[in-house]
Design a binder for this molecule. Structure first.
Ligand code: SER
Length: 314
């Protein structure tokens, strides 16, 4: 069994990935690390800044880590407030992990990319793996550059770095921090708290999204796949479902008649408008058997249940 290190363990993906992987690995083989501990899980936790190569290397050596899940990032909307810092955080942390792989101190890396690598000039519908990519945000530029560096390391040094371009991720344990797709998470909190929801995107803005359970499963599937079957050395397109704020609202309003929404778009609208409506994920399906389990409706049901439980237990 491998020993794994999750960098950015307290974020939206990290908090759920550690629990998901603890069903596969023994708990003592999972090391979590972040700037600060936020969750009340009892995994081994290291307080660490992913910008420090030596801090990560020390943990990797001390705990004989095999695989790193590198989830640290400043997201699309928040990233625009301080472009140079976003670039620094997203790229330096990635290079630190790529270098560990190049030096063979670790065996395998998972690093999430995003639909933000696409831009206004990409086709909106059925956006393909190799479609034009001219990202609008610093986050998108860092993810696209990061993808190219992953490919470069894989081709040049024979590293085993695997990556997925995630759609907007919908989850309940930890709020996403500053993304453009975040409305699709916070709407559930307003619903359960019986508040009117103020949506920062227009009602017709269709975006690709995915439920967290499918995200976790996709990471596991890709990491388990035979390296020789993986044709994409940069990052795989991934798709589950797409919807607009209005479609999500109507779905919720069917179940909660009094739920109200109003629209007040801001700077995030321009970012959302530059992203695809729907992604073509043929390469993931062919190379490692990807198929989402959760439909739009099933995601809504799960989120209502989970967010209700969470708020009732607070
Ligand atoms: N969900 C992310 C964001 O909105 C996209 O990768 O920034």
């Amino acid at each position: 069994m491998s020993r794994i290190l999750i960098l950015g363990s307290e974020g939206q993906i990290g908090t759920e990935l550690s629990i998901f992987l603890s069903k596969i690995y023994s708990k003592s083989d999972i090391i979590t690390a972040d700037l600060n501990k936020k969750t009340d899980t009892d995994f081994k936790f290291i307080k660490l800044n992913a910008l420090s190569y030596f801090d990560i290397e020390n943990v990797v050596k001390k705990y004989e880590v095999d695989d790193v899940y590198h989830l640290v990032a400043v997201l699309s909307a928040k990233g625009e407030a301080d472009p140079l810092n976003t670039w620094k955080v997203n790229m330096t942390s990635l290079f630190n992990v790529l270098e560990l792989a190049r030096k063979k101190l670790i065996k395998k890396v998972f690093w999430p990319s995003s639909i933000s690598v696409f831009g206004d000039t990409s086709p909106k519908n059925n956006t393909a793996q190799f479609s034009i990519k001219e990202p609008l945000t610093v986050y998108g530029i860092s993810k696209l550059s990061g993808e190219s560096w992953c490919e470069y390391y894989n081709n040049t040094y024979g590293t085993d770095v695997r990556s997925i371009r995630f759609p907007g991720i919908i989850s309940s344990k930890t709020l996403p921090g500053g993304g453009t797709t975040d409305y699709a998470v916070s709407i559930f909190y307003s619903l359960i708290k019986k508040e009117v929801f103020k949506c920062f995107l227009n009602k017709g803005t269709k975006l690709p999204m995915i439920y967290i359970e499918d995200v976790l499963r996709s990471i596991r599937m890709l990491m388990k796949a035979d390296k020789n079957t993986l044709r994409i050395k940069s990052s795989y397109n991934l798709s589950a479902f797409s919807f607009t704020p209005n479609e999500l609202y109507l779905n919720l309003q069917k179940r909660f008649k009094n739920f109200k929404i109003f629209y007040e778009s801001d700077y995030r609208q321009k970012i959302a408008d530059s992203w695809p409506n729907k992604i073509n994920d043929n390469y993931s399906r062919k190379d490692w058997g990807w198929k989402p389990k959760y439909s739009f409706d099933e995601m809504v049901e799960e989120m209502i249940k989970k967010v209700s439980n969470k708020l009732n237990n607070e």
